[in-house]
Design a protein around this ligand. Sequence first.
Ligand code: DGJ
Length: 731
Amino acid sequence: MAITVRDSKFILKTDNTAWILRIAEGYLESLYYGADVPDCDLEYLVNTQILNFAPYDADLGLKYIYGARLYLYSGANSGDFRTPACDVVDQNGYTGCRFSYAGYEILPETPADFAMPKIRGGGETLKILLTDRDKKIDAELYFQPAEDCDAFVRYARIVNRSGGVVSLKKAASLQLDFDNGRFDLLSVAGAPGDEMRNLRRPVTQGKAEISSRFGVTGHSANPFFALCAPSATEDAGECYGFNLLYSGNFKNEIECDCHGCVRVVSGISDENFFWTLKDGDSFYTPQAVCVFSEEGIGGMSRRFHRLCREHVIPPRYKDTRPVVANTWESFYFTVDEDKVRAFAKKAKEIGADTVVLDDGWFRNEDNENLGDWEPDSRRFPSGLGKLVEAVKAEGLNFGLWFEPEMISRRSKLFKAHPEWLLQNGDKGSESRNQYVLDMANPAVVDHVFGVMAAYLSRYDISYVKWDMNRYLSEVGSGCLSNQGEASHRYALGVYALLERITEEFGVLVEGCAGGGGRFDLGMLYYEPMIWLSDNTDPYNRTEIQFGAATAYPPCALSYHFSKGEGTSGKPSGPYFRMLAANFACFGYELDLTKLSGEEIAACRAFTEKRRSYDKYVLGGDFYKLDADGKYYYACLQVLKDRSAALLTFIQVDAQIRYESLVLRLKGLKSDARYKVGESGLVLYGRTLEKAGVRISDLLCPHWKEEDPSRIALKAGKAGSGIAFEIVEVKD
Ligand code: DGJ
């Protein structure tokens, strides 16, 4: 049973973890969360020491000191000085709240009125009712085990029963307290073009914050973070991972108090957040997910990957992704109908299945026409209809770029509806020559839907690239009386639009926000893959992808083979650029019409090869192999039944001593025998794990430059690598 209720305790289990909650003296407390344990009566763990200077329950006295207990949802201004999960301004203007236990219910699934991205197929849910008895404000806490992923889904609903109007200043999705928490904090930090760097630092007394006030999750931080045992490695040690199914401003707070208690609070950012609740109104927080792994950071990553693959991305894309040929880096703003027609012919030749017409189809430069969405008559004289037909006639699908949330000052829409801009009374800032539409306004969402729907219903379009090229500033909405709701309502408006577009037209939406500016589980709920970065330099991209894979599965990362003239400044051959595609969804983004016959043939061979790897990329378990993250990166993608795996080795920097090296594999069946690439070796899984394989010419004895499956590994040279399969041999 995933949820058991017994002796004033709630016992929540996944395949390998347990979370034990108890009701004590009328309060809900966390007794234990971590690896599964056979005992549940863990009251002996409760800290009963008397803390100096610490407030206690006025009726219970010193035996109940708030600061010593581990809670699940603490109110502000209530005697527990640690970071609160919730803060309320009541009818009299007083702030703060204190929640005590008031009952529970077991629901068969997520409540039907929860209208945000959610874990799919989530089953039984424990709903615990907490209440502030004086203020008559409830906090319903939801706990949903995702057993197969060792994950718990957490969210809350705040209900106002006070008889008057109250305001929420803060409403987090998750709070988790650890006694004696000695952890490292692992997070993801980056910048446009340099997304998803992993950052590890010790948790010390004080507070760390990982947050966004960009209006979207942003390039520089990500809602994912983890608390790892200081000794935890990629393969061993305890690791708690956290993430949010949310795409707007978020705040993750990790606080270590003077007694060594570590509190995690995660949810919507409380900055500029102020939500009005009339009597009887309620507010759902977004869902948070936490996973626990005893198998190090890699174990945590694989649990998150499974969760994302099986329970987040739209199920219809579980086993399939298109191979895209995108016009952006091919033509930028010079794209025109003739070029796309010629491009499509070559796209067919290289084995792509979808041509995506990126930015430029409705404008000459980036300072005009956003919001109008009319094809540029100079370059697309017959509109898009004939072009779509021509692409379809090649046997390809057609995809179209939109930036639905944006508007140019130089547009008809700007003149017609200046009140549709996100604005707060200030003159507003421009960014990339554009402004943001007020997606908090349902009329704006309806309008944008209408514009996109006109294209999607008129033409045979199966793919939308949904871009967003600026952050939200001067946030405010003309349709709201309480501007503290604008940011969250913006996110809800975007979700509503995505929901309608994907449901009514069945199109695949590839997410993008100037690269990875909105890469999160909230978007992945609608978008099976997100363009991870505008940096397509294969050296940089490899590092970015490995960083992203700490939290997100390869099937969610979108990457295109490009010209390769990248920011690393290092030359890269075509096969090296292709190698990076082994752990991402793959496409092409260069002027295919300029490729020679030989290059086209090589691309075609690679497309075929890469498609045969889909089973590893879309469904495999991802293991980072002894990656030093400096000179080389290596990974193994292992099929669920562990009958085969794909090894990818990429050398990003020159280092003579890696001319030939031994890699130890992971995740295979110890007692099964595997054929190792074309080396002629057949070895037990245990041998491959313990003794490893030597990456050298042995594995590619007959390599030929044009054969992408056998890239020469030349004496520690940057820009080299190899990919090969390891397949179980049955006698
Ligand atoms: C930013 C995206 O990341 C690019 O791929 C491209 O679509 C441009 N926007 C177009 O303006």
